[in-house]
Design a binder for this molecule. Structure first.
Ligand SMILES: Nc1nc2c(c(=O)[nH]1)N[C@H]1C(S)=C(S)[C@@H](COP(=O)(O)OP(=O)(O)OC[C@H]3O[C@@H](n4cnc5c(=O)[nH]c(N)nc54)[C@H](O)[C@@H]3O)O[C@H]1N2
Ligand SMILES: Nc1nc2c(c(=O)[nH]1)N[C@H]1C(S)=C(S)[C@@H](COP(=O)(O)OP(=O)(O)OC[C@H]3O[C@@H](n4cnc5c(=O)[nH]c(N)nc54)[C@H](O)[C@@H]3O)O[C@H]1N2
Ligand code: SF4
Ligand SMILES: [Mo]
Length: 729
């Protein structure tokens, strides 16, 4: 890693103060091209990290300073264009709130008193505490919470140390229910990036899935084209989302009743024989039993549950069937809503199966990948105790670690005590529901170390904080996710870190060496590691550094083209009826349960994404904050009149357990049902060090004192909180 000279550091530091006035920074970015032409510009291909889509990008450095970032035209995810967050990602480099050096707590947990220390001191403390917990309780008593590709090397160190308690919020708080629902049906899941063939779909059904606000780049680009070429779009959402405004049919469903709608759709498709019979005869298992089970669920039955007229249900079912198999019922991504989410996702999987769209053009393609060998490390020690997140296999279909299960174990000490947490790139105070439980768990720890780029809420609870360089300043492991065309992509440093921040691979390697685990890092530096892997895949590291992306040969991705139609389910077929669910005491075909209506006079709290922000991680980025600096609460216009609120009035939300939010502005709108309110997740920061974000908008997580756990897989349904609205005084 090159280090900046002190002078250059000061220059960037000064630049960051200017940049903190986001407008001025934006103006600087828009300087005439003439000026750019006179400067020395260096272009470095890499890939984005503002969210987990990982779009290929090209960053430009002008006269030694980070100037702009654009899509890499060679990259199959970005097709040369980034989303607004990706374009504004360079603001993360100038972010004046960045952590600059390792910190050690000098007071009690939760109080912001820190001492800046060297990496040597900080990692010595971390290694000492890890060794102590290992000898007192065993290595399994140290857990890692991680999110994103950057956590790979940290995971490697933790496995070498001897723990399997490694968990990410992307399972129990995000796409776990979907992945389990699809795996129960097809033996495989929709993956990330999703295998959705929006590009070729003739009919697209979005249940939630607010594309256009959810800015996952490839999907949004393909969706915009689909709108342009007149694809038929059906949107199911209690809120008139951006996607809804493009729809032929918009179904303003009563929140939490989607399974009733899905059953009624399947009822129409089965009773009118609109399904793909040939496909089901060939690949399906248990169709007759399934057909019988969905028989009572007519559109008339679903109407009082969902609020959707029977004729609309019939018309949309026929619309889907008209375009099959190029009908894509989007599997969704953030699916932990009501606690019955794996079954709702399974119903979505089944509706796709009726359309014959899995493995078909315009439906869900089969992922293509390159063979990229893993680096040959020594084997990890076998932990003496199994992972603590799912004792007794309480959630029998959980196939990944349940983050909230590790939190439970930390609170209860069962099945064994968890005494240390390492937290890499996940702001647990925001990403796990019920922050009081997260704090209780933290208070039971002997040691908490957080690796972050800014002094986030979770960093505020740490004993040691380690500052990471941002994605534009480091190498990471290779991007190897399967996609439509197989490819690998490289993240590589564009500029130096402005202060004493270090990349994750260096932190992981140095810590391993201090723990006596140096044998797990036989490579000298990450370039040597990457070069080995790229060569082992039969590609050139030089080419990858130059182009950012190497494409593999195209492979068949549809059954009709020769992609293997294999299903890793017990029957080796698409399971319309699931014997394994039945044996485990669950419904073999999804059933509907009416959601709890909540206290009278309250609104169900719903939430989602804003195009300019990612979760709680972009609110100190001056460029993105300049575009959207706080969230608002969407309230049905008639309800707003009834309550006496106008657009822009500041209010506070009080949840069913008495928790009061930060102040938040009302967005009075016809675009939401009267029984719910909606806000964008990630605002309302409270950590004092996040100077650019503190006190701006309100936090949905703070209001989530309740959640409903999915009995199949342990996901935490988050749409189960209710609020009333109080004027801000
Ligand atoms: N800009 C931006 N884009 C992102 C992200 C980001 O942070 N910022 N994060 C990415 C990640 S990791 C994820 S998981 C995805 C999440 O994005 P999605 O997977 O699209 O999330 P959803 O929860 O499906 O969608 C939220 C929508 O569901 C609606 N909704 C709420 N309740 C119900 C209900 O009961 N029924 C129905 N049918 N709809 C309901 C809400 O009104 C809202 O419009 O976004 C990804 N894209
Ligand atoms: N209430 C509520 N809870 C949710 C959601 C919701 O919408 N509402 N969404 C759920 C979903 S879909 C998901 S995927 C999860 C997301 O959960 P998280 O991934 O935890 O999302 P963030 O809140 O953005 O936290 C990311 C943290 O990583 C830090 N960070 C950013 N870049 C880097 C880096 O390069 N290196 C390091 N070391 N740190 C970095 C940020 O500063 C921030 O503290 O949350 C889930 N939880
Ligand atoms: S979707 Fe946007 S934020 Fe996410 S990786 Fe791509 S450009 Fe970056
Ligand atoms: Mo997510």
């Amino acid at each position: 890693m090159n280090q900046l000279s002190r002078r250059r550091f000061l220059k960037i530091g000064a630049g960051s103060i200017v940049a903190s006035a986001g407008l001025r920074q934006a103006a600087r970015l828009a300087e005439p091209a003439r000026a750019a032409a006179q400067s020395v510009v260096r272009r470095v291909p890499t890939f984005c990290n503002i969210c987990f889509w990982e779009c290929g990008a090209i960053a430009s450095v002008r006269d030694g300073k980070l100037w702009k970032i654009e899509g890499n035209p060679l990259d199959p995810l970005s097709h040369g264009r980034l989303c607004p967050r990706g374009t504004g990602g360079i603001g993360a480099q100038f972010d004046p709130d960045r952590l600059r050096s390792p910190l050690i707590r000098v007071s009690h947990r939760g109080e912001d008193k820190w001492k800046a220390v060297t990496w040597e001191e900080a990692l010595n403390v971390v290694a000492e505490k890890m060794q102590k917990i290992k000898s007192d309780y065993g290595p399994e008593s140290f857990a890692l919470f991680t999110h994103s590709l950057g956590g790979r090397f940290i995971q490697h160190t933790m496995r070498a140390y001897g723990t399997e308690n490694i968990t990410e919020p992307s399972f129990a708080q995000c796409r776990g229910p979907r992945d389990v629902g699809f795996t129960l049906t097809y033996g495989d899941d929709p993956r990330s990036p999703e295998r959705t063939d929006i590009e070729n779909a003739q009919c697209i059904v979005l249940i939630g899935s607010h594309l256009g606000e959810n800015m996952h780049n490839t999907q949004v680009q393909e969706f915009a084209h689909a709108v342009g070429r007149g694809a038929s779009i059906i949107v199911v959402d209690p809120r008139f989302s951006v996607a809804a405004s493009k729809a032929k049919y918009y179904l303003p469903i009563k929140p939490g009743t989607d399974i009733a709608l899905l059953l009624a759709w399947m009822n129409v498709i089965v009773s009118e024989k609109l399904y793909d019979k040939e496909y089901i005869d060939k690949y399906g298992f248990g169709f007759d039993q399934f057909a019988q089970i969905v028989q009572p669920y007519t559109p008339e039955w679903a109407y009082p549950e969902t609020g959707i007229e029977p004729e609309t249900i019939r018309a949309t079912a026929r619309e889907m069937a008209r375009y099959r198999p190029a009908t894509l019922i989007h599997p969704g991504r953030h699916t932990n809503w009501y606690g019955d989410d794996a079954q709702r996702s399974r119903a979505i999987a089944l509706l796709n199966a009726l359309m014959g769209s899995w493995g078909r053009k315009g439906g869900l393609w089969m992922p293509a990948s390159l063979d990229i060998p893993a680096y040959p490390y020594p084997p990890y020690p076998k932990p003496a105790r199994p992972a603590a997140d799912n004792p007794g296999n309480k959630y029998p279909f959980a196939d990944q670690s349940i983050s909230t299960g590790i939190r439970d174990a930390t609170i209860s000490g069962q099945p064994y005590p968890i005494k240390g947490w390492m937290v890499y790139s996940t702001n647990l105070i925001y990403s796990l529901p019920s922050p009081p439980e997260t704090i209780r768990a933290i208070q039971n720890l002997d040691f908490l170390v957080v690796i972050d780029t800014v002094p986030s809420e979770i960093a505020g609870w740490a004993d040691v904080v380690l500052p990471e360089s941002i994605y534009l300043e480091r190498y990471d492991d290779l991007h190897t996710n399967p996609f439509k065309q197989p490819y690998i992509a490289l993240r590589q440093p564009v500029v130096d870190a402005p202060a004493d921040q270090k990349p994750n691979w260096w932190i992981a390697k140095t810590l391993a060496e201090k723990l006596g685990l140096g044998a797990y890092y036989p490579w000298k530096d990450i370039e040597e590691y990457l070069a080995w892997r790229v060569k082992a895949a039969g590609c050139s590291f030089e080419q990858l550094k130059r182009d950012g992306v190497i494409l593999g040969a195209k492979q068949p991705i549809y059954f009709d083209e020769g992609a293997a139609a294999t299903f890793d389910t017990p029957s080796k077929k698409i399971e319309f009826y699931s014997v394994q669910l039945q044996r485990a005491g669950f419904d073999p075909v999804p059933k509907y349960t009416r959601p709890d209506p909540g206290p009278p006079g309250s609104y169900r709290l719903l939430y989602g994404r804003a195009p300019m922000h990612t979760f709680s991680r972009t609110q100190t980025n001056p460029l993105l904050m300049d575009l959207e600096s706080e969230n608002s609460v969407w309230l049905n216009a008639t309800e707003a009149v009834r309550l006496g609120f106008k657009n822009g009035d500041y209010v506070r939300l009080r949840n069913q357990d008495g928790v009061l939010s930060n102040r938040i502005a009302v967005k009075a709108t016809e675009r939401i049902r009267p029984d719910c309110v909606y806000m964008v997740h990630g605002f309302g920061h409270t950590a004092k060090g996040l100077r650019g974000a503190v006190g701006k908008g309100a936090s949905d997580t703070q209001l989530m004192t309740r959640y409903k756990t999915d009995p199949l897989m342990g996901g935490t349904g988050l749409h189960v909180n209710f609020v009333t609205i109080e004027p801000e005084v």
